[in-house]
Design a protein around this ligand. Structure first.
Ligand code: EPZ
Length: 420
């Protein structure tokens, strides 16, 4: 088991380059199934979820390597259309294989996807969208199989702007006969990156970043080389780390335009943030001011993936704040652990009421999911005394060696591995 040990109370300083975005890389790696040949994808972070995606592609027949951030893939010999159950269950993004496999082979079989336990995480929008494109669904013994002779373009309305469903349906529609319009589509930057990747392959996709995406089907796609956008959630996590531990840092390889909601709120709470092209300079020397209300929303609203980290920031603010989580119903698991560190937080009906305290205190806590774990790291950086965090494998799913990243910024954080 792996543990982080953090000696809190040290202001951060230094410069860090932000790595590529997990949530852009995962659908883009799945999209390589849509063409046969050699791909080179750059700035792919070394994370557990990326490893699992490469294991899935290999199990389907691809050849894959991942060296210094570059993923090299040969998809020529992919022939399997049943995603291995054990790998399916390891992460939510395994569902991204449905669209590409169905497009290329006319068949795909999956079991239930896994992922962070932050809510029910239904997949009905994925299934109904693929059906709307002409696939026939069969659900037997926990397996879902889709078959089709040829997918056909259609108009699809998403009852919720689901990120994954939008991406899956884009990948299903690019080789379909005719035109597909996805209405009420998710607008996240990772979807724009997927559109750029698909169009580089020869697809005809437009509208990503807006609520309507149009895909004109083409007969075939080609392999490409491509670079992934920076990870906006990792960037936001470091912005809030300065807000919690104070100090003055510089982040490079960022896209500040992907973080307007966070930047606005952090500035209102007293954090100094300057941006210049792909550089962000963040400075904080005092306890933050509280903020009346934050509501997590689909992009460009405040992202649910920064909710836990923001809660830590507000837990030691001057005043009372409120955070309403509207995306995932089970995403407050970090509250109990923060309470053990001295935070004063009351949760009722999906809303957290946070009374800022002067400081948090080091304690032995446990990561319950990816972003909750990252939030506990931030809490340890700002707390008085030593914090130990168990189950850090959750954090490794979304942050490439987070302890190394923070050591570059002057934090006292160590990873220890025990046999038990
Ligand atoms: C993506 O998950 C991200 N994961 C999540 O990041 C992120 O929190 C989420 O989008 C929201 O921004 C990846 O991109 C790999 P959704 P996804 O489909 O696609 C409901 C992280 O920490 N829904 O937009 O699973 C669902 O239950 C991870 O990096 C349906 O009801 O998110 C949820 O309440 C966590 N039916 C809401 O929509 C469906 O068919 C948002 O889900 C699909 C989703």
């Amino acid at each position: 088991m792996e543990t982080f040990t953090i000696e809190g109370g040290r202001p951060l300083s230094g410069t860090l380059r932000i790595h590529g975005a997990k949530n852009a890389a995962l659908p883009i790696l799945a999209a390589t199934v849509l063409a046969e040949g050699q791909f080179h994808i750059y700035d792919v972070p070394h994370l557990k979820d990326i490893d699992v995606m490469l294991q899935i592609l290999t199990a389907l027949g691809a050849k894959a390597s991942h060296v210094d951030g570059c993923v090299s893939l040969d998809t020529t010999s992919i022939s399997v259309t049943h995603v291995p159950d054990d790998l399916m269950g390891l992460m939510r993004s395994s569902i991204f294989l449905m669209g590409p496999l169905l497009s290329r082979f006319g068949e795909v079989t999956i079991s239930r996807p896994g992922g962070c336990v932050i809510g029910e995480r239904r997949i009905d929008l994925h299934l109904s969208g693929l059906t709307a494109l002409g696939a026939k669904i069969e659900e037997v013994d926990g397996y879902t199989t889709f078959r089709t002779k040829q997918l056909r373009g259609n108009n699809i309305f998403l009852s919720f702007p689901s990120v994954g469903a939008t991406e899956n349906l884009m990948m299903a529609a690019v080789l379909a006969k005719g035109t597909t319009r996805i209405c009420n589509a998710a607008r996240e930057p990772e979807i724009v990156d997927l559109q750029s990747f698909l169009n580089a392959m020869g697809a005809r996709v437009r509208g990503a970043g807006s609520d309507t995406i149009e895909i004109v089907g083409v007969p075939r796609l080609r392999t490409v080389s491509y670079r992934i956008i920076p990870d906006r959630i990792v960037t936001g996590t470091h912005v809030l780390a300065v807000g919690v531990a104070q100090g003055h840092i510089q982040l490079t390889n960022t896209m500040p335009e992907h973080l307007t909601a966070l930047i606005e709120i952090a500035r209102n709470c007293g954090v100094e943030i300057k941006t210049y092209h792909d550089i962000m300079e963040i400075k904080s020397t005092t306890r933050p001011r509280a903020i009346d209300r934050i509501i997590t929303q689909p992009f460009p609203g405040f992202p649910t993936d920064l909710q836990a980290q923001m809660m830590v920031f507000l837990a030691q603010a001057r005043g009372i704040s409120m955070i309403k989580e509207t995306i995932f119903e089970g995403r407050f698991k970090h509250v109990n652990e923060l309470t053990r560190m001295g935070a004063s937080i009351f949760v009722d009906l999906g809303t957290a009421f946070i009374r800022g305290v002067n400081k948090l205190y080091g304690a032995a806590v446990e990561a319950t999911d990816l972003r909750a774990g990252a939030a506990l790291v931030l809490a340890g950086l700002g707390a008085e005394g030593v914090t130990t965090i168990e189950q850090v494998h959750h954090i490794d799913r979304g942050y490439e060696r987070l302890e190394w990243q923070l050591q570059q910024l002057g934090a006292d954080i160590q990873r220890t591995t025990s046999i038990s």
